[in-house]
Design a protein around this ligand. Sequence first.
Ligand code: GLA
Length: 380
Amino acid sequence: MKPIREQFIERYGSEPAVCSYAPGRLEILGNHTDYNEGFVLSCAVSQCTHFAMSPVEGSVCTICEHGKDSTLDLNDIATPIKGDWRNYIKGLLMDLNRRGIKYGAFNAVLDSEVPLSAGMSSSAALEMAFAFALKTIYGIELPLPDWARVGQAVENKFLGLNSGLLDQFSSLFGRKDSFILCDFRTVEVLKNVPMPAGYVFVVVNSMVKHNLVDSAYNARRVSCENATAAIKKSHPEIKTLRDVDSAMLESCKNDMDHVDYLRALHVVGEDERVFKAVDLLSKDDVKGFGELLFQSHESSRVNFENSCPELDRIIELAHTIPGCLGARLSGGGFGGISIHLVESDKAAEYADRIKAAYKSQTGIDAATFICSIGDGAGIE
Ligand code: GLA
């Protein structure tokens, strides 16, 4: 990628006032726990979305991407247009309006290394890179967790996906070569957990995106709320599934719909696996950590039902190819990516082998890459 500053100078003939970046993320463990105020181990990847920006007079903003200009009028941001990436910017500006925060127009250049629609949160990377550029040129003061909330509002209020805070939060708080242990009740990083030396994550994109992903996602969230409400009847002290452990859930199993029970079983299990993982990693038990990844996928497959045949095929293959200690779907699910914990010196061969096997079994060309863990968003 050509440096974003140079791209800006080429397009507008002057230096940008600011250059910002924000990374994509990987969810390592803790699937669908964020909106249950639970725990996630995640990381930022080294691929980022970049913005270069300067303020301009008036209300018309120009955003140039790969030599192509798009415009946006600040007086016309209230309505999303289906499938238009500018929705992420409009939605973010709308939430700033709601908060009474003042800003003005801008000229910008945008470029991204984060694969689109792959489950690595390219949208959160776009939102947070944009937020960092805008806050710098217009001097907007908001605590970092609130910027994550502004990004979440884009998805929740503007685009109708009732997602949690994981994607934006990881893009902001990621730490190079570490996982971050996130608490989504207090909305803070509890701890940085170093990535075990000698291993990498290989990302395998199933290249499948099932229809109705958003409605399936929202339905999972409703199930979690139903299960919580049922448990509350006998345990009024609980607020969300974060407060529930396996024993409490089992004792209330018959008080709720069976599907809601299965969804809660996944979430409660994920919260528990996150802490087991942190413990195992502190003892350098990488094998045990890998097992937890396989268990997480299995729970997605049978309990949360947010996997799909293609992802299941990839995880079956992971069990058979040497060098892999654990693998699971990562992110919302229903297609998208899987992550594979692999011995570093076998990673390239592993990626080739899984790609070839997946192709021969499904006819699909998976995208694979060996991931490095980067820092969160910032200003260049
Ligand atoms: C998506 C959402 C996140 C989180 C994950 C599942 O990435 O955007 O908020 O819920 O799915 O853990």
